[in-house]
Design a protein around this ligand. Sequence first.
Ligand code: SF4
Ligand code: SF4
Length: 131
Amino acid sequence: MKECNQCGKCCIKYGDGALSATKEEIDLWELFNPDIFKFVKDHEIWFDPTSGIQLTRCPFLEIEPPKSASAQTKYTCSIYLDRPEDCRHYPSLISEMIRDECEMIEVIDLGNAKQAQIKLDTLMRDSRSSG
Ligand code: SF4
Ligand code: SF4
């Protein structure tokens, strides 16, 4: 199990209407982060603030400036510290990582899913408890 390499697959896959935010998160955005709250509609995320149409891509997903011409594209989250709980918890299961082709997973993890889950839970501890 490796650290996340910011390949962006998860944000690209789930940013098109598959994410949810809790009532508490939405209430906090409304109070302190109007630039996030404007993408919420009827307690769901993410919607175009002008048209009200659901976005096909998370509006906070950004491409990191490449460090070299041959570097792999890396993505960042422009609301990292305020991102929804759904995002803070991903990835949560080995099966989900395999399905999504998450690049944290290594060949050795495929042979021992139980051990891989323990490594994942250790790596994700800070992310899941933040916010
Ligand atoms: S809010 Fe951030 S972590 Fe969540 S899908 Fe968007 S870019 Fe990814
Ligand atoms: S798919 Fe996995 S490696 Fe890629 S950005 Fe998401 S968590 Fe990180």
